[in-house]
Design a protein around this ligand. Structure first.
Ligand code: NI
Length: 256
């Protein structure tokens, strides 16, 4: 069964058919999903979904683009909600320098603060890093993120950077981009990285794989991602789904 390590089913893009879609997941070969918080409100929604569906888990965290205006009270809230049974990670957290806002200093402050929270709680982290390769790595080293472990979600850097994260014990999240014609850099990383360190992720509703590129993404489409990874690594798609599922359960420390 497919393990989708990163989805946003709490997003408004699923308001029309969320329940029908999630109820149909098992039939489509999807076994487990982690719904990832992007801010305080979406963390609450993610945790609510995890209470509603036995196969849905949640991550609690604030995305770097949403860090302006965060307070220590918000951190207290995250700390409390992250102690719930089905919260399996702190995320998504990190740095995103694609847009000018919020200031780098603000993003860095709350990235460090949430890494700290993860270590306190003994939870892995889900890292979002976009156009911020060096700063992300430096902060993770300084804050000893290795102790938390986790995943570099939607991995978008080259093989050199991939090796740094693999050395720190992190997993690399691979999704729809690996099926894109212009996804050559990620294809190279997937070829070279051990399959034991890759996990599948949709980032739904975003980043649907070919042949659905540009449409709303959902977890069942990960079969196309698994096929692409299988072709790159000379495996079967079934093996890719099985191994990445084991990886995901180990990473999020999920028993069943
Ligand atoms: Ni995401």
């Amino acid at each position: 069964m497919i393990f989708d390590t990163h989805a946003h089913y709490d997003d408004a893009a699923f308001d029309q058919d969320r329940d029908a879609l999630l109820q149909g997941m098992k039939e489509q070969g999807v076994g487990q999903i982690v719904d990832i918080g992007a801010d305080i409100a979406s963390t609450e929604r993610a945790v609510a979904l995890s209470g509603q569906y036995p196969f849905v888990y949640a991550a609690a965290g604030v995305h770097p683009s949403e860090t302006a205006g965060l307070t220590e009270e918000d951190m207290d809230f995250l700390c409390r909600i992250a102690k719930k049974d089905k919260v399996v990670a702190i995320g998504e957290i990190g740095l995103d320098y694609h847009y000018d806002e919020p200031d780098k200093e603000i993003q860095q402050k709350w990235f460090r603060r949430q890494l700290d929270l993860a270590k306190q709680l003994g939870l892995p982290v889900v890292i979002h890093s976009r156009e911020a390769a060096q700063d992300t790595l430096s902060i993770m080293r300084e804050e000893q993120a290795k102790k938390a472990g986790g995943v570099i979600h939607c991995f978008s850097y080259g093989w050199d950077m991939a090796q740094c994260y693999l050395d720190m014990g992190f997993y690399l999240g691979v999704g729809g981009v690996v099926t894109f014609k212009n996804g050559r850099k990620l294809k190279e990383v997937v070829e070279k990285a051990p399959i034991e360190r890759l996990v599948l992720e949709t980032d739904a509703p975003y980043l649907a794989p070919e042949p659905f590129r540009g449409k709303r993404n959902q977890s069942a489409y990960l079969s196309y991602v698994a096929e692409q990874i299988a072709a790159l690594k000379d495996m079967t798609a079934e093996e890719v789904i099985r191994v990445t599922g084991e990886n995901a359960r180990a990473m999020y420390r999920i028993q069943d």
